[in-house]
Design a protein around this ligand. Structure first.
Ligand SMILES: Nc1ncnc2c1ncn2[C@@H]1O[C@H](COP(=O)(O)OP(=O)(O)OP(=O)(O)O)[C@@H](O)[C@H]1O
Ligand SMILES: [Mg+2]
Length: 264
């Protein structure tokens, strides 16, 4: 099948399980929001897809197991934006985003004009042209986060993994980045799996939410199905109300003062 499939995926560190028996099918062009409390296993799962951590089970893109691909081939299918990416301080933003083209550049070859054009397009789309020649070490946290996203988009993969992609962005740039990913998703059948802590944003931008708790899927469905005050109380130990916008059906999670009643 096309898209991204997980068949009984486990991720462990030494003997401690971080993700247990994760099975799911993310359709081509679908956006799945991965939610759950700190330590739930979201990053571990994304890192397993990116090949950055060992896992058991099978993860496939368009029916092909990722484990059977070379690193370069895998990077032509899957781009990953880490939660806390390490960026070289002295590198220019342009050169950093150009690194996103490495899966296409020959072993000893230089980047082609096609690679530079792809990078230019991403700079334009993310409205980052003013940052092209800036050193990464001189950028604000949010500016750097947008450059890291730009690098992943320049990779032109069919699957994009985002780990807290907007955590450092102001509300305007959050929306801009998520809208851009939405646009690419529609035009290029981009399959997106994004770990997000902002539940309202996750619900608005995702087709489907998968909630992990302690490495296990505890809910999988539409925002309205997954984001209930009762479940959020159980899983996050938080007191919230959940409103449904009467105009567009958006599910809005509003934190309230107080403690949730046990089991509710
Ligand atoms: N490199 C590692 N070595 C050992 N344990 C790890 C490692 N990375 C993560 N863990 C543990 O695995 C579990 C899942 O961590 P993970 O980073 O996947 O959670 P998360 O859902 O992304 O959390 P957060 O919302 O805080 O980013 C946690 O208990 C964490 O302590
Ligand atoms: Mg994480």
């Amino acid at each position: 099948m096309s898209g991204l499939t997980f068949d009984t995926v486990d991720v462990s560190y030494d003997d401690r399980a971080a993700v247990v028996g994760f099975s799911n099918e993310v359709a081509s062009g679908e956006w799945v929001g991965l939610i759950g409390p700190n330590g739930a296993g979201k990053s571990s799962l994304l890192r397993a897809v990116a090949g950055l951590t060992d896992s058991d089970g099978v993860i496939s893109v368009d029916g092909r197991p990722l484990a059977a691909m070379s690193i370069r081939e895998r990077a032509r299918h899957v781009a990953y934006v880490a939660q806390n990416p390490i960026t070289p301080e002295d590198m220019s933003a342009f050169d950093y985003v150009l690194l996103g083209r490495w899966p296409y550049v020959g072993r000893f070859g230089a980047e082609s004009s096609r690679d530079r054009k792809a990078v230019d397009e991403v700079f334009e789309r993310l409205r980052l042209i003013d940052f092209r020649e800036r050193r990464l070490g001189e950028l604000s946290g949010g500016e750097r986060q947008r450059i890291v996203l730009a690098r992943a988009l320049a990779q032109e993969t069919s699957v994009l993994l985002l780990d807290e992609p907007t955590s450092a962005l102001d509300i305007g740039h959050q929306q801009q980045a998520l809208e851009l990913v939405t646009e690419l998703r529609c035009h290029q059948q981009l399959t997106v799996v994004a770990a997000m802590h902002d539940l309202t944003l996750a619900g608005i931008y995702s087709d489907r939410l998968v909630m992990l708790d302690d490495g296990i899927v505890v809910a999988d469905g539409s925002a309205a199905e997954v984001l209930t005050a009762e479940r959020l109380g159980d899983v996050y130990h938080v007191c919230v109300t959940v409103d449904i916008d009467p105009d567009d059906g958006a599910v809005v999670v509003v934190p309230r003062r107080g403690f949730p009643v046990d089991g509710s």
